[in-house]
Design a protein around this ligand. Structure first.
Ligand code: RB5
Length: 148
């Protein structure tokens, strides 16, 4: 199950991604926002990131205008590896190298078809492990020290 969250700047793209997930038979929960009214992205970033962080959900996708705000809030949560992807390559690397458990997309930056391809490649790619796992372990170790 994938948790989705957006502010007003990412709402339209989130709706398109929901349609993609439905086509693929992938379960999701939309954690809001649900209208185009202006809202604060940390509120919705938190809803998704907290549940990925505590293991309630394996992964999430966050959307805001640029993707920057959502990346900042998501990466505050222990164990969250949120990747702001900007094209197909970065979406693929986000999984293969970073094992990103949250994909972040900018609704005011990406074209719809491009963004949908990015979601698909992130979902379909596999983490490469090996030296990349070693790097993630270092991040986790630093995170643990900082959160002591
Ligand atoms: C909202 O206007 C905008 O600031 C937000 O969607 C996002 O781009 C922030 O990083």
């Amino acid at each position: 199950m994938i948790l989705l969250g957006s502010d007003h700047g990412g709402l339209e793209l989130k709706e398109s991604v929901k349609a993609l997930l439905e086509e693929r038979g992938i379960g999701y929960e939309d954690c809001g926002t649900y209208s185009t009214d202006s809202v604060d992205y940390p509120d919705f970033g938190e809803k998704v990131s907290r549940r990925v962080s505590n293991g309630e959900a394996e992964k999430g996708i966050l959307f805001c205008g640029t993707g920057i705000g959502m990346s900042i809030i998501a990466n505050k949560f222990p164990g969250v590896r949120a990747a702001l992807a900007t094209d197909l390559f970065t979406a693929q690397m986000a999984k293969e190298h970073n094992n990103a458990n949250i994909l972040v997309l900018g609704g005011r930056v990406l074209q719809k078809e491009q963004a949908l391809s990015m979601v698909a490649v992130w979902l379909d790619s596999q983490f490469d492990g090996g030296r990349h796992q070693q790097r993630l372990d270092k991040i986790r170790q630093i995170e643990n020290e900082l959160n002591k």
